[in-house]
Design a binder for this molecule. Structure first.
Ligand SMILES: [Fe+2]
Length: 394
């Protein structure tokens, strides 16, 4: 029998999502909402006529559908109190924009409202969120769902960025200065010896907003390993490609789609611009499958989720981030004791064993989502998002 002193009354009485305090102030949320909305508005309003029409693809969403979806999400969770019986501002919004209800390919088939109607919907919903934040009486439930909606919008803003990169559209949002700084010092990787340790994986209650796949914090023993201080760069990856080309090895290995060679020189496309390749910049848009082919050729391996988390939690001098989500060899699975939060489709549908964990963040991820415990996940065949990798000695 458990002694009463071990019982956490909070956990008995409150749903998990109400234990994600401390809650940010209304002003902090207002700032986050504003900066997220500014990116969305800038991206959508700078699309030239015709650019909203994209070929059907399992990796992308039609831009205007994605815009409607992120507005609907905020309206549904924050203002309609997650009840379909509470009407939307926009007729047929649930049928059109609930990602859990409309299958992917149908997003190309449905008749979407005009862009003027969608922009009014966006202004209405954003203004209603502002009104809550200005009211001076923010409840924990409102603070949770506002954060969920803002972070969801941030993730779709990042999806706009990698979609624009994939489609070679100009990206209309100014980026921070960090992108220019992301360079390794040399073409040769340096390996950091990480002694065996115990780390805390996952997040604890009362540590601020978390996503359900981080529940709950637990100790993990990480055996000794050696990991590169920097992500693999373009020069290192080019050696791998050239070795395969010269030897006639695996036909599966080919240059990334955003690379081209002209007149003996390599170029890398950034959105709509072809730039001379910087050999010391982290290589990006590499699938986990190609990253593993690279590792095999070098006699190395990808880090697992525990190892990459241990690196991120160690000295900041060790974790030299690449400005890219970094692949791990770990399958995306729930931690023991997982239970879904109200937005049940955030993690649960993707625990089918086919997704990989990525750690870190990209240059398009807001500062407040850059946390060592954040777990991203994609199919290992994907390379369109901002992803790279670092290696461990085998
Ligand atoms: Fe979404």
């Amino acid at each position: 029998m458990r002694s009463l002193t071990n019982v956490n009354f909070d956990q008995m009485t409150k749903p998990d999502f109400l234990q994600y305090d401390p809650w940010p102030s209304a002003q902090v949320l207002l700032n986050a909402l504003e900066s997220s909305a500014l990116i969305t508005r800038t991206v959508i309003s700078n699309l030239s006529k015709g650019q909203e029409t994209v070929s059907i693809s399992s990796n992308l969403n039609p831009p205007h559908w994605e815009f409607g979806h992120l507005i609907w999400f905020q309206e549904f969770w924050v203002h309609r109190h997650r009840a379909p019986s509470n009407p939307s501002f926009l007729p047929h919004a649930d049928a059109l924009f609930n990602s859990s209800g409309i299958v992917h390919d149908d997003r190309w088939q449905v008749q979407l409202p005009s862009i003027d109607i969608l922009q009014n919907y966006f202004s209405d919903v954003t203004e209603r969120s502002h009104a809550i934040l200005r009211s001076g009486s923010l409840t924990p439930e409102q603070a949770y769902f506002l954060q969920l909606a803002i972070f969801h919008q941030d993730m779709h803003n990042e999806a706009f960025a990698y979609t624009w990169q994939h489609l070679a559209y100009a990206w209309p949002v100014e980026r921070g200065p960090e992108v220019a700084l992301l360079q390794t010092d040399s073409l040769e990787p340096t390996y950091i010896d990480m002694p065996a340790s115990q780390i805390q994986l996952g997040s604890a209650p009362h540590s601020g907003f978390i996503f359900d796949n981080e529940k709950w914090q637990h100790k993990v023993a990480v055996p000794h390993f050696s990991i590169s201080s920097d992500a693999v760069n373009n020069g290192q990856y080019l050696e791998f490609l050239e070795a395969h080309r010269d030897s006639g090895m695996s036909p599966l290995v080919s240059p990334p789609l955003h690379w081209k060679q002209e007149g003996g020189r390599w170029y890398e496309r950034s959105f709509h611009q072809w730039l001379a390749m910087d050999l010391r910049a982290p290589v990006r848009h590499i699938s986990a499958q190609d990253a593993e082919r690279y590792c095999l050729w070098r006699g190395l391996r990808l880090p697992n989720e525990h190892e990459l988390t241990a690196l991120m939690l160690s000295s900041p001098a060790n974790w030299r981030h690449s400005g890219l989500w970094e692949w791990t060899s770990s399958i995306f699975m729930p931690f023991a004791g997982f239970s879904p939060d109200p937005y049940q489709d955030y993690s649960s549908p993707w625990f089918d064993g086919s997704y990989r964990v990525l750690k870190g963040w990209s240059s398009y991820t807001p500062e407040y989502l850059r946390r060592p415990q954040f777990r991203n996940f994609y199919l290992p065949s994907r390379s369109d998002h901002f992803c790279g990798f670092r290696t461990c000695l085998a």
